[in-house]
Design a protein around this ligand. Sequence first.
Ligand code: UT7
Length: 331
Amino acid sequence: MKTSCLIRGLGHCVPETRLTNADLERMVDTTDEWITTRTGVKERRIAAKGETTVSLSHQAALKALENAGMQAEELTHILVATFTPDAYIPSSACMLSDRLGIAGRVCMDISAACSGFLYALETARAFVCLHPEARILVAATDIVSSRIDYTDRSICILFGDGAGAAIVTGSGAAPAAGGRVLDVLVSSNGGVNGLLTVKGGGSGTPYKPGETIRRDFFVEMNGREVFKYAVRNMTAICKTVLEKNGVSKEQVDVFIPHQANLRIIDAVGERMEVPPHKIFTNLQKYGNTSAASVIIAMSEARAEGFIKDGDLVLLGTFGGGFTWGSALVQF
Ligand code: UT7
């Protein structure tokens, strides 16, 4: 088992605006029945004008700080996992630091698509090894709607916007609201080209002044192939983290998989042999919120009492890159 650290507080924030399946029926050639049976999503939240990765992260961070009983001034590091930063420069973490009214902190963004929260959590664990006194804000936020082509029915039905935040420390009293991170595993395969990309506007496919944005500006995906990789890799890494820590599947009280598609969640649950009543889902309400997916789910599950004191929680993620990960948190 690797060095553990504490999650002292959790918070999340989603936009008010709802995009329902009925709304999508009016926008593209689809039906509520198709979306519900193929994905499980009923509605998603979409950022209004002025709502950004930094503004939603700020709201989630304030809730996580309150949950932890801490002030922003106490933070030493700010990490923001996102593929939809407010800007390339400055980083969303620097902008978030300014919103929180603090400066002189270590601030950086982390890009790992839908596995962003676990990559950021693993980075936070490394920081607390180096600096045991560190008090780290880990935010995971995506305004996926900013990179969705709402004429592409195979993609636009899946995603929503949202933010989650956790306050991570290396030591101190066991937190009342939070949990102990027992282990995190993250992995990747950059060799699977073209199955899930957002290329346009990057240095590989830049835009010139006045040029019309192309389809590659938006999320492009081979859904069927991504589905197979997601089930295979999320299952494997979740099994590995259990084996590595000597935890049996029966000891898992709550399983929080990446909220991408109910059929992916069911398939992973079956292969993990974790019964459905232990699996937390909220993708019906929010769709796939990318990096924010599992941290919103963990924050909501804790707030609603789905995660109880003493529960052992298993997290699993999969996303573009490809990236995937798993974590064990003892509440
Ligand atoms: O975080 C990781 C991000 N990505 C994912 O997790 C996505 C993983 N993949 C999936 O969730 C699923 O593959 C999708 C939900 C994207 C698609 O479901 P599917 O069962 O794999 O459908 P499909 O792509 O094989 O398409 C089946 C049919 C096609 O029609 P034909 O060729 O059989 O006539 C599509 O054109 O469904 C059609 N279709 C739709 N029909 C109605 C695709 N999108 C829609 C739609 N409404 N929105």
